[in-house]
Design a protein around this ligand. Structure first.
Ligand code: NAI
Ligand code: MG
Length: 350
């Protein structure tokens, strides 16, 4: 079998971490008898420098024609003074919208080997395994009208029933493969949109009788994630609540360099670490590639159906952490040996 993978390395540590993910992907492909063919596309600051725009048309067409997209990160100080429509981050938002990736999946899995890397107590987080399913291309970030005239400003929170159904289905499908519990997060006590959200989730739940659906207000959910994160299995929520809660959930795990994500919809899915381009450490060979390598595992699992290869990667990461190999960000947590970005890629691949 052969798969076409579009690759966007981007800026800062992007190229460094993507190279390690490709190294590991090629290793498991060899072991599991399939081939990955990569095509590189530009986005972000490097695209601005080389083509004048943050999201060249060629990138959109190329990614749409591929089986899956592996993406590093974009952005950096050099491009921060450009007008908003020309900035790297605008390229990324437009990219997500053009790809129709309405579901952002962010697993927050605590590694037993890194229990003390979190700011929470080890006994609170041990065994924690949460999947946050965030709606990504609707809600208040995209709703119209929006305006700011200098005296008054407003945004609009809109969700249609269809949008809620499609993200709800994603969450319930995940729950079926996990612990069969969905917690839908909203603010139905004060928001109309949330009332529709809650009613619609109840409707979706009827098709999944094995799954237990609960509802939680977002303010309480923020508190519960920090108080007792293990109570959650799948969390499903809208764009702005999911943005905030998935960052909260990431701190339950520890380093930002560990957290992968998938953005999926009806077209090509995008797999990327949750962190940015980390310009402060770019070019030094110290970035943690694990978030990106685990994102590659998600790609094998969800877009290519190569479960075995995906499990090989996830298990290799666990073993490497158990053996005490750490990149610099995790050097303080039971490190037996502190390794570079490329060494970490080699060790995981081996
Ligand atoms: P960031 O996530 O790039 O970095 C935050 C902190 O975490 C930094 O101290 C960095 O060194 C560290 N860090 C991040 N990834 C790491 C890794 N793999 N290993 C070790 N340490 C790591 O966020 P920041 O600094 O707010 O943004 C930097 C640039 O990235 C900005 O231009 C921002 O717009 C962009 N950005 C891009 C994203 C994307 O492409 N998806 C997402 C978030 C930010
Ligand atoms: Mg965010």
């Amino acid at each position: 079998k052969k798969y076409n993978i579009s690759v966007i390395k981007g800026d800062g540590i992007g190229p460094e971490i993507i190279d390690e993910a490709i190294k590991v992907l090629d290793t498991v492909a060899g072991a599991c008898d399939f081939t990955l063919e990569y095509k590189e596309y530009l986005m972000g600051g490097i695209a601005i420098d080389e083509t004048g725009v943050p999201l060249p048309d060629e990138t959109v067409t190329g990614v749409l024609a591929s089986d899956a997209c592996l993406f590093g990160a974009i952005g950096g100080e050099k491009w921060d003074t450009l007008p908003r429509e020309l900035r790297p981050e605008t390229g990324l938002l437009n990219f997500r919208e053009k790809m129709g990736v309405y579901a952002n999946l962010r697993p927050a899995i605590v590694y037993d080997e890194l229990l003390n890397a979190s700011t929470l107590k080890p006994e609170v987080i041990k065994g924690c395994d949460i999947m946050v399913v965030r709606e990504l291309i609707g809600g208040i970030y995209f709703g119209k009208p929006r305006e700011n005239d200098g005296q008054k400003a407003f945004n609009t929170m809109v969700y249609t029933k269809d949008e809620i159904i499609r993200i709800g289905k994603q969450a319930f499908e995940f729950a079926m493969k996990r612990d069969k519990r969905v917690c839908s997060v909203d603010k139905a006590n004060v928001l109309e949109v949330s009332q529709l959200w809650r009613d619609t989730m109840e409707e979706v739940a009827k098709d999944y009788p094995e799954v237990e659906l609960s509802h939680m207000y977002v303010d309480n959910a923020a508190m519960q994630l920090v108080r007792n994160p293990k109570q959650f299995d799948v969390i499903v929520t809208g764009n702005i609540f999911g943005d905030i809660l998935s960052d909260t959930a990431s701190m339950v795990v520890g380093s930002i360099g560990l957290l992968p994500s998938a953005s999926t919809g009806d077209k090509t899915a995008i797999y990327e670490p949750i962190h940015g381009s980390a310009p402060d450490i770019a070019g030094q060979g110290i970035a943690n590639p694990i978030a990106t390598i685990e994102s590659a595992a998600m790609m094998l699992r969800y877009s290519l159906g190569e479960e075995k290869a995906a499990d090989m990667i996830s298990n290799a990461i666990k073993n490497v952490l158990k053996d005490g190999y750490r990149t610099k960000d995790l050097a303080a947590y039971d490190a037996k040996e502190v390794v570079t970005t490329a060494e970490m890629g080699d060790i995981i691949a081996n």
